[in-house]
Design a protein around this ligand. Structure first.
Ligand code: DX5
Ligand code: ZN
Length: 223
């Protein structure tokens, strides 16, 4: 499978959101990455349903929704109604993770679980067969533009090895500090979907940067 690119709207210009969404529509990007932060699970607040509905109105590609919120269960249906195609919750925010995954599927969405940099991938073993996606955080969640944490590469290798047995179709997505400088090494380590905020929106031509990320040479890829 060719790797997927999900530009993060967190780095978009909110004053020109429609323009930035249309740029992504016209680009080689696969998904829109939508970061929802509650100021409790992470030390930042981004946006909620009204903005998400506005995004949905213009977006012509799937919305990959990353919930950085406590108690995500109570909002899953609303995010599904607001147009999410993928809903990813944090392992660290879910007491009954298996139930949460079931609710996401019941709501008609693909289910993802995100893990913070300190969370071992082995903790996902029991739920891995039920997941469509694992989001490996390569920065501490809450802000765009942070520096990639190199240990992520070890986690990706371990997770891809686990997935080969338990869920060969698993999408492994990396989020935080991803760009043209490290994407090929992440593919080699087993990832096949990439969030890019700053790398895309701080580029001279965001659309060209998306194309560069999408078509980057990844010779010994197995994904
Ligand atoms: C951080 C968010 C990311 C963020 C990535 O908590 O989950 O999706 O937008 O931004 P960059 O690519 O700039 O690190
Ligand atoms: Zn994210």
């Amino acid at each position: 499978m060719n790797h997927l690119i999900a530009p993060s709207l967190l780095a978009a210009d909110f004053g020109n959101l429609q323009r930035d969404i249309e740029m992504i529509n016209a680009s080689e990007a696969d998904w829109f990455h939508v970061d929802v932060m509650d100021g409790v699970f992470v030390p930042n607040i981004s946006f909620g349903f009204p903005v998400m509905e506005a995004i949905k109105k213009h977006a012509k590609k799937p919305l990959d929704v990353h919930l950085m919120i406590v108690n995500p269960d109570q909002y899953i249906e609303r995010f599904a109604e607001a147009g999410a195609s993928h809903i990813t919750v944090h392992y660290e925010a879910c007491v009954h993770l298996h139930r949460t995954i079931q609710s996401i599927h019941l709501a008609g969405c693909k289910a993802g679980v995100a893990i913070n940099p300190h969370t071992p991938v082995g903790l996902l073993k029991e739920v891995l067969p039920d997941l469509d996606l694992v989001l490996v955080m390569s920065v501490n969640p809450g802000f765009g533009g942070q520096k990639f944490i190199p240990n992520t590469l070890n986690k990706l290798r371990e997770l891809r090895a686990m997935a080969l047995n338990l869920n060969p179709d698993l999408i492994i997505e990396v989020d935080g500090g991803v760009g043209a400088h490290n994407l090929a090494s992440l593919v080699e380590a087993g990832a096949n979907a990439f969030v890019a905020g700053n790398a895309v929106f701080a580029a001279d031509s965001p659309e060209q940067m998306i194309s560069e990320l999408k078509n980057i040479r990844t010779d010994s890829v197995q994904a």
